[in-house]
Design a protein around this ligand. Structure first.
Ligand SMILES: *[C@@H]1O[C@H](CO)[C@@H](O)[C@H](O)[C@H]1NC(C)=O
Ligand SMILES: *[C@@H]1O[C@H](CO)[C@@H](O)[C@H](O)[C@H]1NC(C)=O
Ligand SMILES: *[C@@H]1O[C@H](CO)[C@@H](O)[C@H](O)[C@H]1NC(C)=O
Ligand SMILES: *[C@@H]1O[C@H](CO)[C@@H](O)[C@H](O)[C@H]1NC(C)=O
Ligand SMILES: *[C@@H]1O[C@H](CO)[C@@H](O)[C@H](O)[C@H]1NC(C)=O
Ligand SMILES: *[C@@H]1O[C@H](CO)[C@@H](O)[C@H](O)[C@H]1NC(C)=O
Length: 326
């Protein structure tokens, strides 16, 4: 990415050409690169995008000419600046050091830089690679989704950075452990309700702290009645029939006595609904109230029902008082 284009012309050929332009290198003299003695450039320089890079070249007092090149382009020749880039500055140099600084480094600055010196009429060069690191960044991620149980899903998380970040997916849930995918893509076939929840994409490359983003996956399923119990209540007591159902989206409840729909908010009976629970409350149970009741739980994926009985009890229930016994 980004650093490939200039390699079309052989790098060394261009450097030699540039040095000839600079009269640092008489025609016909072969260039010895990577000479063990002089010029001695530092090892490869690694900096983060936006930081400054210092390119150091060690020289000695026999050196008559010095220059720094970016590939084939002369940046500085001695104290003279040849390039227009204001980010390139010459550092205060000594008899033993000839260094430049590149400020606010960007990815396109990555590549080979050459320190060229002439000592006793012998031109020598040494090369240093500027390596630019970039923090990971998630540039594309799936949106939150809501799907039906049994569907196939595919989540995508695209990240950039230098070096190329490692992308992983994991399911954030109290039971799920570990990574679900060591990849930009997370595919789940036949998703279950247990697989709903948040999925976290993490991109890391050791340059900076990993970046994480979350995607919420909602798995819809039809209601399932988990609890509905028949209840015994004595006449004159308060009685409650309860029906619990899990569903996504949350179930809506209806109560029937035999075939007749019961509506809440009446004087003697009240229906109390919560997302996963419905209560049919009798303020003062009478003989007429005994019988079979059906709780129907429904959402847009389906409905289910359960039948329970309100039956009479001769003894008052504990803690409810017993004044109205017959
Ligand atoms: C410097 O970087 C270049 C290009 O990435 C690589 O080929 C070379 O091995 C590196 N040298 C050192 C000393 O790390
Ligand atoms: C080095 O050369 C590359 C390719 O020509 C250029 O994009 C980049 O700006 C140069 N960097 C410096 C610091 O001169
Ligand atoms: C889910 O993927 C499997 C395997 O690729 C395929 O057989 C099935 O038809 C897919 N189901 C749906 C609902 O697309
Ligand atoms: C319950 O209903 C009976 C018969 O209608 C009535 O006599 C009694 O006072 C009622 N009890 C309460 C607590 O409302
Ligand atoms: C209530 O339901 C049970 C079981 O379904 C049935 O045996 C009984 O006859 C029903 N009672 C009434 C009053 O409908
Ligand atoms: C309860 O479910 C059964 C079986 O699915 C169905 O035949 C019946 O009509 C349902 N009752 C109500 C009140 O929805």
């Amino acid at each position: 990415m980004g650093v490939g284009g200039y390699l079309l012309l052989p790098w060394r050929f261009l450097v030699v050409l540039s040095l000839r332009l600079l009269f640092l290198l008489p025609t016909g003299v072969p260039v010895r690169s990577g000479d063990a003695t002089f010029p001695k450039a530092m090892d490869n320089v690694t900096v983060r995008q936006g930081e400054s890079a210092t390119l150091r070249c060690t020289v000695d007092n026999r050196v008559t000419r010095v220059a720094w090149l970016n590939r084939s382009t002369i940046l500085y020749a001695g104290n003279d600046k040849w390039c227009l880039d204001p980010r390139v500055v010459l550092l205060t140099n000594t008899k033993t050091q000839y260094s430049i600084e590149i400020q606010n480094v960007d990815v396109y600055d990555e590549g080979p830089y050459t320190c060229s010196v002439q000592t006793d009429n012998h031109p020598k060069t040494s090369r240093v690679h500027l390596i630019v690191q970039v923090s990971p960044k998630i540039i594309e991620i799936s949106s939150d989704i809501s799907i039906n149980e049994g569907s196939n899903i595919s989540l995508t998380c695209i990240a950039t950075g230098r070096p190329e970040p490692t992308v992983t997916w994991r399911h954030i849930s109290p039971t799920a452990v570990g990574f679900m995918s060591e990849d930009e893509y997370l595919e789940i076939q036949g998703i279950t309700r247990a697989q709903s929840g948040d999925y976290e994409c993490s991109a890391s490359n050791d340059v900076a702290a990993p970046v994480v983003r979350r995607v919420k996956v909602t798995v819809n399923y039809p209601p399932y009645i988990s609890e509905a119990k028949s209840t015994g209540v004595a006449v004159g007591q308060k009685g409650t029939l309860q029906c619990e159902a899990s569903a996504v989206p949350s179930a809506e409840f209806q109560w029937y006595k035999d075939d007749k729909r019961l509506v809440g908010g009446q004087k003697r009976v009240k229906v109390e609904n919560r997302p996963f629970l419905s209560k049919l409350i009798f303020f003062n149970v009478s003989e007429h109230d005994y019988g079979n009741y059906t709780c129907v739980a429904s959402n847009n994926l389906g409905h289910t029902n359960a039948s329970i009985t309100l039956f009479g009890e001769t003894e008052p229930q504990e803690g409810q008082g017993g004044d109205n016994l017959w």
